[in-house]
Design a protein around this ligand. Structure first.
Ligand code: TYC
Length: 102
């Protein structure tokens, strides 16, 4: 006897019990001081973008004020924000990174 078949009866599929994990956008915010090259490097390093993608996102943030770096489950999004802020402070840049529910 295999799967959900037991003693000649077929059990109904049980209602799904777990919700899919909620996803969060990680965003960079513009400022007047962080160098563009540093932002591009952050996007490559922490969000696995290639140079062209990173440059495009950086310019979007620069011109529109904010831009999405990636979309992740909550814990990973929070970790990315912490890593970016730590890296920016280590290099004494005021770069801001936030997350919001998608
Ligand atoms: N506005 C910055 C400059 O002119 C560049 C910049 C882009 C800063 C994106 C932050 O998230 C940012 N040097």
């Amino acid at each position: 006897m295999s799967g959900k078949q037991q003693q000649g009866t077929v059990l109904e599929r049980e209602k799904q019990q777990v919700e899919p994990p909620s996803l969060f956008k990680v965003l960079l915010l513009n400022d007047d001081f962080t160098p563009m090259e540093f932002v591009v490097a952050v996007l490559q390093r922490f969000f696995s973008l290639d140079f062209e993608q990173a440059h495009r996102v950086m310019l979007k943030v620069h011109t529109e004020g904010r831009g999405v770096c990636g979309i992740y489950p909550q814990d990973l999004a929070a970790t990315k924000v912490d890593l970016v802020l730590g890296f920016a402070r280590k290099h004494q840049h005021p770069l801001q990174c936030v997350m919001e529910e998608n």
